[in-house]
Design a protein around this ligand. Sequence first.
Ligand SMILES: Cc1cc2nc3c(=O)[nH]c(=O)nc-3n(C[C@H](O)[C@H](O)[C@H](O)COP(=O)(O)O)c2cc1C
Length: 178
Amino acid sequence: MTTTGNAVLDAIRSRRVVRAMTDEPVPRADIETVLDAARWAPTAGNRHLQRYVATDDPTTLHLLRMTAPGMVQRPTAAITICTDRALAADFGFPPDSAGLHVDVGTAAATLLLAAHAIGLGAGPVTSFSRAAAAVVLRLPDGWRPELIVCLGYPAPRPPAPMRGRARLTWRDLTVWVP
Ligand SMILES: Cc1cc2nc3c(=O)[nH]c(=O)nc-3n(C[C@H](O)[C@H](O)[C@H](O)COP(=O)(O)O)c2cc1C
């Protein structure tokens, strides 16, 4: 089966974390398109225990950035994925349940791909103070901020990507059994 020209696979392959963004605001309708994609992400037990806190307010974004050493970019919008831990407890999830963490990952991947699919740049941030972000975002009790997805338009001449390993092939990452 040929995999070139497949829209989903092409989007997965071409998405990159964007850490340099212009100051052009992202239209609300586009943020809503990205948010709407998130509800299609798979969740443990189909419980949908993640909540999304969206902002395009410059002051809130500035304050949020101050809580986040890992936020290299200056986004014009951000979506913070939170886990509603009170609701999770009601459904019997222990606080350290793997499913709750995995749900954040599936949500983040879906948000990043959705943003990319409509021409937005996006970057995940986990290096931030949960306590400070909760205050800035006025989170209700029991909502834990897990991951911030920065949104904006990619800058025309981005800096070199973060240094890391050369792109791995699927063979590098896979073992077959038996
Ligand atoms: C769980 C997780 C946390 C991350 N946290 C940050 C972060 O705090 N700041 C950042 O700039 N990038 C962060 N990233 C992005 C990775 O550094 C990025 O995915 C990696 O460098 C590969 O880049 P690519 O996705 O463009 O291929 C995070 C990614 C994941 C999956």
